[in-house]
Design a binder for this molecule. Structure first.
Ligand code: PLP
Length: 99
């Protein structure tokens, strides 16, 4: 996400140092669809921190899988009580254990 958790630019820099191409898109309105071509992994953060924008995990997971990409969801803000990404088609669900 281009509007996600503040540490994401650091993660991007680390990935790019390994030669991995990183593309970003805003969380809202499923803008990730525009940057999926050739992707290996779609990383979602919904709701986003701090903007609380959301995206349609099921729709994006179907689109990513159709293109051969895996899908991870940062579920920190929703928590498993509010959203279950694996049930929506994601391959991975992660959350910060520090909150
Ligand atoms: C805080 C936060 C993280 C990072 O958590 P740490 O445990 O501090 O690494 C990741 N994603 C979101 C959405 C967060 O709010």
């Amino acid at each position: 996400p281009s509007d996600g958790y503040q540490a994401l630019p650091l993660v991007r820099a680390q990935l790019e140092a390994y030669g991995i191409e990183v593309r970003t898109a805003p969380t809202g309105q499923d803008a990730q669809l525009d940057v999926l071509g050739g992707a290996k992994l779609l990383w979602l953060e919904t709701p986003s921190n701090p903007g609380l924008d959301v995206c349609d995990v099921r729709r994006l997971a179907e689109a990513a899988h159709a293109r051969g990409a895996l899908v991870a969801v940062d579920n920190t803000l929703a928590t498993p009580l509010g959203q279950r990404p694996l049930e929506l088609g994601a391959d991975f669900a992660v959350a910060s254990g520090t909150k």
